[in-house]
Design a protein around this ligand. Sequence first.
Ligand code: GDP
Ligand code: MG
Length: 598
Amino acid sequence: EHQKYIRNFSIVAHIDHGKSTLADRILEMTDTVAKRDMQNQLLDDMELERERGITIKLNAVELKYHAKDGHDYEFHLIDTPGHVDFSYEVSRSLAACEGAVLVVDAAQGVEAQTLANVYLAIDDDLEIVPVINKIDLPSARPDMVKKEVEDIIGIDADNAVLASAKKGIGIEDLLERIVEEVPAPTGDLDAPLKALVFDSVYDDYRGVVLSVRLEDGVVKPGDKIRLMNSGSEYEVTEVGVNSPHPVQREYLMAGDVGYITASIKDINQTRVGDTVTNANNPAEEALPGYREMEPMVYSGLYPTDNAKFTDLRESLEKLKLNDAALEFEPESSQALGFGFRCGFLGMLHMDVVQERLEREFNLDLITTAPSVTYHFFTTDGNRKDVENPSEMPDASEIKSVEEPYVNATVMVPNDYVGAVMELCQSRRGQFDTMEYIDDYRVNIMYSIPLSEIIFDFFDKLKSTTRGYASLDYELGDYKPSDLVKIDILLNGEKVDALSFISHRQFSASRARIIVEKLKKIIPRQNFEIPVQAAIGAKVIARTNIKAYRKDVTAHLYGGDRTRRMKLLEKQKAGKKRMKAVGKVDIPQAAFMAVLQTD
Ligand code: GDP
Ligand code: MG
């Protein structure tokens, strides 16, 4: 019967190893997309993904493949992101599949997220189909990479598919391997409906669109469904698949990956990981769902226009449907007014959320500097968890402090071991172990404060190893620390949104760097602005922003109209992301200045 000819698989890999390009070739080869409609990384359809050249969201498509055994197969392919901040997208995708295509760059070999992602797939008991990609590159070394896959990951790579997604080599080979090796879904068509919600998105017209993988049963328009965890019930209005554009279907059945709409307008009732079942004939147990992600960093998001607070709330709720790792709760700041404290999986995630809110929901936002969650043990015997520096208890009330550490693994060629260790050490890292992977590469394990790794560590790591190192990390334990809060005063007034927490050892040097940065970033006004950094009442660094003398455009006399206009335009654009605090205009960049370490 029909299920025998279904194959569900995800494509996983380290970032840039060619997942999305491979998906392109598969779409092409199976005539899912006509040649004239083809474009590079077609599934990266979000504007932001195209601009940055990275995959941010998982993307599920259905395609038909006529195999050499003479049968027509239905493939559900899920392209996934490779960046560590989006591994939640990967793990949710894998839960909808029986197989994973593991792409490894033939020149780069196995890297940190190759391992992290393939282990997720192995944990889910998926069949792994290894692909050595980019064999067209002069620096390709497919045999060595095969050996790496075997030695490091421990899966058989002897008959790994050798491919070039760019040149279209090895694609048919891969499709045949998927047919042969990825198991067909099993699942009972006659049992009550049981479908895993692995993603969702809000659509103004159709309401919430649920991306689902059916484990059992059938679903069709008109059916009464229930979301098992939330308990809410709806009538199905449409079911279908993406191919890659939405195509309506008469029904979806056990083994299928597709979408369901049911005029769901109440956003808070839907959550990824929930199970869809029949309302009249419900399944006994919900599917296990997903573990909740714990944010790594928090920052404040504030509308530049205070009147947009409610808009921001609604936008965050809608965005959360499509970004399950996003967390938020209301907070307020003396300087910035009402906004939200948001939790993110990393800096790239934070950046993407701000960009998506601004583009997709038409908001202008100020983001405050990100902070990790610190534990403050106070003299009254309590523990206060602080993710907003301005809420740090008074020094006199603090008994002890703990900060989160991560277990970091740096994969690097031998030659760079010294450089990597020096960097980790300078970030207060504690050496754990070192393992030789093969003759020329090592895994270096460190325990490093999360606050030291999350901001610019990766860039520094890349530059000290000429791009050869790759990094993976997971949250570890909390450990004792010696922290102080540094306040910033502008024009004598404390700006709460600029406060930050620093290790005591680095407080003086960081305070100096930051007041100098602020001096450069904050535009001059018609009066002098003192900039001070203070711990409690004690000022530890200071400088002044001089008053400006005249209109910047004044020296461009009337004749040079276009230049003058351009300059005014530029000033206006710069103004956009600016917040007036007291008499001082503070641009977005000022809030991020506290992240600068040199
Ligand atoms: P992803 O991050 O894994 O999705 O990788 P992409 O598909 O976005 O590809 C990353 C880069 O590698 C792009 O510049 C691609 O053009 C390039 N690329 C992908 N496959 C190949 C290949 O087979 N050969 C070569 N030379 N480049 C490739
Ligand atoms: Mg990609």
